[in-house]
Ligand binder design. Structure first.
Ligand code: NDP
Length: 270
């Protein structure tokens, strides 16, 4: 019997998730189908319940419903609770379980695909929205030397720094222009790239040993990737994170971890 999953969002037609999960299913021999589901903006909860009642086993959730999904789930994983957002729902006999695989996907991309160590690293996180919030706990679990959160609205970064203190790693907040010194890893979790914009970052943040990861994925390098690359950094887009968060969701649902490197290489080549 084929188990059914889907991606709920608005819009969703552009998504690469069905192709990614189809490849994971083929590779692992799992009988599953993965579709997209366009939910009306005012009917997310009704859409989820209809899918569950129709026998779906789970769903991924994307913009603009990740916060709604956290509110809808009967139980939340620790990382979904910390993120305040859910991108993976599992429909079980015990209810709807919410998880968040975005941060774990980002960490796996940094460690496995980019080949950069997070332990002991100076890490700068740009942005304080949903994606940034989901990234913080998985980053702290890797024991960086320091985490600085910089945001356009500094008060939001300060709130996150206060919320995520106490994990044994110094966490501080900053304005973009006030960030000081060279970083080993800079993650752009702002949505500036979506608008073709670049936060006002001091060039001294980046050097030859820096990984500059933009969470956005696009055919062409983003302004952030170009800026960091021109300063000698290794610049990557968010395609690896997308594939890795999908692999983590596949593991949550099926208990099997698919291989990602060949798929990622094929997607980049295409
Ligand atoms: P949110 O809307 O929740 O947060 C947006 C953040 O970007 C805020 O911190 C906001 O600052 C900041 N921002 C917006 N515009 C600008 C600008 N022009 N200059 C500087 N800062 C700006 O978005 P998300 O957190 O959900 O998404 C952020 C990015 O991450 C998107 O590009 C999204 O596509 C990507 N993403 C990628 C994933 C992947 O798998 N690769 C998964 C999830 C997200 P302020 O607080 O001041 O408004």
């Amino acid at each position: 019997m084929t188990d059914r999953y889907c991606l709920i969002g608005n819009p969703v037609a552009h998504s690469r998730s069905p192709a990614i999960h189809a490849e994971f299913a083929r590779q692992t021999g799992q009988q599953l189908a993965y579709e997209t589901c366009l939910a009306p903006l005012d009917a997310f909860a009704a859409t989820v319940r209809a899918l569950r009642d129709a026998g779906y086993r789970g769903a991924n959730v994307t913009l603009p419903f990740k916060l709604d999904a956290a509110g809808l789930a009967d139980t939340l994983s620790a990382r979904a609770s910390a993120a305040g957002a859910v991108n993976t729902l599992s429909f079980t006999d015990a209810g709807i379980a919410g998880d968040n695989t975005d941060g774990a996907g980002m960490v796996n991309d940094i460690l496995c695909n980019a080949g950069f160590a997070i332990e002991g690293a100076r890490v700068l996180l740009l942005g304080a929205g949903g994606a940034a919030r989901g990234a913080i706990l998985p980053l702290l679990e890797q024991r960086p030397a320091q985490l600085v959160i910089a945001n356009r609205t500094v008060a939001t970064a300060e709130h996150l720094a206060a919320t995520f203190g106490g994990h044994g790693v110094p966490v501080s907040a900053s304005a973009f222009t006030a960030v000081d010194g060279r970083f080993d890893i800079v993650v752009n979790a702002t949505s500036a790239s979506l608008a073709g914009a670049l936060p006002p970052l001091p060039p001294a943040l980046f050097g030859a040993g820096t990984l500059a990861l933009d969470m956005m994925y696009a055919a062409d390098p983003t302004p952030f990737m170009r800026f960091a690359g021109d300063l000698g950094a290794t610049a990557r887009d968010g395609l690896g994170m997308l594939v890795e968060q999908a692999a983590e969701a596949f593991f949550v649902w099926r208990g099997i971890r698919p291989q990602t490197s060949a798929l990622l290489a094929a997607m980049r080549a295409a």
